[in-house]
Design a binder for this molecule. Structure first.
Ligand SMILES: Cc1ncc(COP(=O)(O)O)c(C=O)c1O
Length: 378
């Protein structure tokens, strides 16, 4: 079979990689934190090399053309007419979650549960409380229970942290579901921080990402959308993301709580982001095709292993695996002992699961499957 460029393993040892250092000198495949093992698009590495060759790395401001490139991208990809003045660039998306909590200052913040761990910690670290709303599996899709969400709202609830596409679970919310959510938020006067970092990582043909804020001006006025090139182009280590805040008063509050605490994006982050948005989409299409192949392979193989279950999912390179039938108190440790390092489900709010990052060459995935099969044989 013809080799795909993404088949080529890249040696990430001795590169201070968070993902790889965890299992340094141990025979455990690192399949946890959400970056991929693929080299970035040539357009990005070339732009970075050119910038580094210049040799002067002083204070840097946003490249003049970045805002218009980003808003045109929103129009083209998502039919969303965002305005340039709505954008606030940040060195990390998690900072955006925290700043949203601080800007809204809600005594109680709702989040779906299961969820990417910083959603659970940001409200408490910002002086409020977090309340998890259950997710339900409906026809094989993990969805926020909107009835439970509405029932949980009290006068102390002013903020919802929402994630679409969902991490973990890979759900892409459909228009009617988002409309239902928007309706609840408008009726109860909630602000929504919508983390859409995985919006470009849709694997299922015919499935589209819809930015929540694109539904109507009414919902846009109460939404802080968070996006980034980091997952799309595998440049998480360069730290660049963006908050899109149409409402001026909310944007001012967000900027105010950021002032003096959250720095600007660094010059390499901006350089890579600009190159990615200008010239990275061809690479990204190839990456999506490759990841789709990995997902289909995983769906087939995981569901053949006794004790493991994986529901079909539409987006992300993160597989949310149901391991409740594996007899162990600590599933992630059990799989580490078998040589596969996954994220523990308990960190996301459900200890019956583990999360496997399949952003890697197929050969690594095949080896992981072999190890999982062996660990659960007999
Ligand atoms: C839903 C979600 N939000 C935020 C992040 C992290 O964003 P950043 O590294 O820009 O803080 C991730 C990374 O996995 C994520 O999955």
């Amino acid at each position: 079979m013809k080799k795909h460029p993404f088949d080529k393993p890249v040696d990430r040892r001795e590169t201070s990689s968070t993902k790889w250092e965890r299992y340094k000198d141990r025979d455990i495949l690192p399949m946890w934190v959400a970056d991929t093992d693929f080299t970035a698009a040539p357009a990005i590495t070339e732009a970075l090399q050119a910038r580094i060759a210049h040799g002067v790395f002083g204070y840097t401001q946003r490249p003049a053309e970045l805002n218009s490139i980003f808003t045109e991208r929103m129009q083209q990809l998502y039919d969303w007419q965002a305005e340039e003045e709505w954008l606030v660039w940040l060195p990390g998306l998690v900072s955006g979650l925290h700043l949203s909590c601080r800007a809204v200052n809600s005594p109680v913040t709702l989040t779906p549960q299961t969820i990417y761990p910083p959603f659970r910690s940001a409200p408490g670290l910002s002086g409020g409380q977090h309340l998890g709303i259950p997710m339900l599996e409906q026809e094989g899709r993990w969805l926020t229970d909107f009835s439970a969400l509405e029932a949980a709202i009290t006068p102390d609830t002013r903020l919802l942290l929402f994630c679409n596409p969902h991490n973990p679970g890979g759900t892409v919310y459909r228009r009617e579901e988002l409309e239902q959510l928007a309706d609840i938020c408008v009726r109860h006067d909630l602000i929504i921080c919508s983390d859409e970092i995985h919006c470009d990582m849709i694997l299922e043909p015919g499935t589209d990402h819809i930015p929540l804020a694109s539904l109507s001006p009414e919902i846009a006025a109460r939404t802080i959308t968070l996006m980034a090139p980091s997952k799309t182009f595998n440049i998480a280590g360069l730290g660049c993301s963006v908050a899109i805040i149409p409402d001026q008063a909310l944007r001012n509050r967000f900027r105010k709580v950021r002032r003096g605490i959250v720095p600007d994006v660094n010059l390499l982050g901006y350089t890579a982001t600009l190159a990615a948005y200008q010239d990275g989409d061809n690479w990204h299409r190839q990456q999506l095709n490759y990841l789709r192949g990995n997902r289909d392979y995983l769906l087939q193989e995981i569901n053949r292993i006794p004790g493991l279950k994986l529901a079909h999912f539409d987006a992300t390179y993160l597989a949310w695996i149901d391991v409740r039938d594996v007899s162990t108190d600590d599933p992630a440790a059990f799989f580490e002992a078998a040589g596969v390092g996954m994220s523990p489900g308990k960190d996301f709010g459900d200890a019956h699961f583990t999360r496997l990052n399949f952003g890697c060459p197929r050969s690594t995935l095949e080896e992981a499957i072999r190890r999982l099969r062996q660990a659960l044989a007999g």
